[in-house]
Design a protein around this ligand. Structure first.
Ligand code: APR
Length: 234
């Protein structure tokens, strides 16, 4: 890796929030095991049974807002690194929780949406919410029921902020993926985009995902993320 770092892009996945008490998606006992993904994370599933989908995200929102769930040292390390690093820093997360924000991260893009937001199907306006909402909830724009959906990117939908993300990937010196299985495109291809532009690529994960990163460090995020990013600032 070049000695002078000017631009860092970090991608996080469910693994960075696992030690904060939020389930990952594909580990045994992971999130999807209670619900087939087709039922709760696709436009067709929402069309077929909106009540189940509202309840699935209401449950996850309630869990996120419970006292037990808070940022762990991996989240706080990324916020501190962003503050102390002299160059440009972008944090892209596949997670829909707000733990990066609560840890103090600023330049942050949620490419798969946010649990604490809802979107009107008519106006496409997005509203903050920390409450349950269902088919009967009135949206603040149409002032009628039946128009609100979770502001979450479902399978076969386009992730958010892709232009900004690709621009950052094409000009970064260092790309670090943390706590993601690399199962879902386009996030799983980000390290290749960075590599084409000669970035150094690092994977910090609990297990080997078999991807072609330049460097791979295995372990729990709350341990390996502070160790790695502190070494960058030395
Ligand atoms: N520390 C570091 N890594 C961990 C930890 C931990 N404590 N616990 C689990 N992991 C790793 C797992 O080994 C796995 O490789 O985190 C990864 C989580 O992978 P997934 O459960 O597939 O989650 P993610 O990669 O974020 O999924 C991507 O898929 O389902 C869609 O939209 C959803 O954003 C999600 C996307």
């Amino acid at each position: 890796m070049s000695s002078t770092l000017n631009s860092v892009v970090v991608l996080t996945g469910a693994g960075i929030s696992a030690e904060s008490g939020l389930k990952t998606f594909r580990a045994a006992g992971g999130l999807w095991e209670n619900h087939p993904v087709e039922e709760v994370a696709t436009p067709e599933g929402f069309e077929r049974n909106p009540q189940l989908v509202y309840e699935f995200y209401n449950q996850r929102r309630r869990q996120l807002l419970s006292d037990e769930v808070k940022p762990n040292p991996a989240h706080t390390t990324l916020a501190k690194f962003e503050h102390d690093f002299h160059g440009s820093f972008l944090l892209v997360t596949q997670n829909v929780d707000n733990l990066h924000e609560r840890a103090g991260s600023q330049n942050l893009l949620h490419m798969h949406g946010e649990l604490l937001k809802m979107r009107c199907l008519n106006s496409q306006l997005v509203f903050d919410t920390s409450e349950d909402f269902t088919f009967d909830t009135h949206c603040r724009c149409c002032r009628s029921a039946g128009n609100l959906r979770p502001h979450i990117v479902w399978f076969r939908e386009m992730p958010f902020h892709m232009n900004k993300i690709n621009q950052a990937l094409e000009s970064c010196d260092l790309f670090v993926a943390i706590g993601t299985s690399g199962n879902v495109y386009p996030a799983s291809g980000f390290y290749q985009t960075a590599k084409i532009r000669k970035a150094y690529t690092v994977e910090l994960n609990l297990e080997n995902t078999g991807s072609g990163f330049d460097k791979r460090i295995y372990g729990k995020a709350s341990k390996i993320v502070p160790q790695y990013f502190e070494s960058l600032l030395v």
